[in-house]
Design a protein around this ligand. Structure first.
Ligand SMILES: [Zn+2]
Ligand SMILES: [Zn+2]
Length: 330
């Protein structure tokens, strides 16, 4: 079978390897679509991936099941969660795999077949198209959705989204669908255009001359109700705290190291809440499907599609001004 091998230094090659075998408790999935995640780009540009690729968002048809598997069957259409818990703790029983102390991560999903534990699989309803399934069955749309749940109860009117890569754009689609006024912020003009297409009411180009927090405070009359940090930069992390209204909520999506924040200035004196949000919960899949049935235009997040043989172009598209980039098989 074909598998994408990340060589490093922005090189990717197709290799021929044996189809994986279904170990006890595992399934083998014949891939229909996989999606490239922004988190793969560091390894793609740098050292590559010794075992193949870092692909961890995929959907397909189960081709083989290992011993003891009875929750899914050969022929089922499924999407796989790349983070899978032990299956036995309280978190796992609720489908909150990322909170399991023994969770494991799975990859190598940019391949014609891949293997995951059976409990990683969410069955796709018959009417759910593959392009929607691959996004709501993984972190492609899972991250924007899990993020949104962190402030669901507050029902904000204005949401400012810093960083309009695939994750930020997913939040643009979801938050505007939920009726919120969305302000999208990025340093790259074409990304602002994408955010507008996907539902943002307003965009701000974060160039050297623009005081972004002042502009957001002006537009919103005091600050956005929620600021989502999806750029992974210390500059935008701090800007979120000066762009959010008093008693507002800052959410961190973008991974990064230490940022200097003052408990007094950034939190205490304005009653600010800040929350981290990582990946999504396996149990959130049906909730995303329900929103799609109500009209959430999940598939508009996809801006590029390439067959596996052209996966090099798919990664290069991620370097540019893309939304979600999809890889297809066979
Ligand atoms: Zn990811
Ligand atoms: Zn567990």
């Amino acid at each position: 079978m074909k598998i994408a091998k990340l060589i490093g230094n922005s090189e990717v090659r197709i290799e021929d390897v044996p189809i994986p075998v279904a170990e006890p408790g595992f399934v083998v999935i014949k891939t229909v679509m996989s999606a490239i995640c922004g988190s793969e780009m560091h390894g793609y540009r740098g050292k590559g991936n010794a075992t193949g690729n870092s692909g961890h968002e995929a959907a397909g048809v189960i081709s083989a099941v290992g011993e003891g598997v009875d929750i899914v069957h050969a022929g089922d259409r499924v999407a796989a969660s790349a983070v899978v818990g032990c299956g036995e703790c309280d978190y796992c029983r609720k489908g909150q795999y990322t909170w399991c102390p023994k969770f494991a991560g799975y990859s190598n999903m940019h391949a014609e077949y891949f293997t995951v534990p059976a409990r990683a699989c969410n069955k796709l309803p018959d009417d759910l198209p593959w392009d929607v399934g691959v996004l709501v069955g993984g972190d492609g749309f899972g991250v924007p959705y899990h993020t949104s749940k962190k402030f669901e109860a507050e029902n904000p009117k204005t949401v400012a989204i810093f960083g309009l890569g695939p994750i930020g754009l997913g939040s643009v689609i979801l938050q505007s669908f939920l009726g919120r006024t969305v302000i999208g912020i990025d340093r790259v003009t074409p990304r602002l255009a994408l955010a507008k297409q996907m539902g943002a009411s307003m965009t701000i180009l974060a160039d050297a001359e623009t005081d972004v927090p002042a502009k957001i405070r002006e537009i919103t009359g005091g600050g956005a109700d929620v600021c989502i940090e999806a750029a992974g930069s210390p500059v935008t992390a701090k800007q979120c705290f000066t762009s959010v209204r008093t008693a507002g909520h800052v959410i961190f999506n973008g991974e990064q190291g230490a940022v200097e924040l003052s408990p007094s200035e950034h939190f205490i004196r304005r009653d600010i809440t800040a929350t981290g949000s990582w990946f999504f919960h396996f149990c959130e899949f049906p909730e995303m499907v329900a929103l799609w049935r109500k009209g959430l235009p999940v598939e508009t997040l996809i801006t590029h599609t390439f067959p596996i043989d052209r996966i090099g172009e798919a990664y290069r598209a991620m370097e540019g001004e893309s939304g979600k980039v999809i890889v297809t098989y066979g």
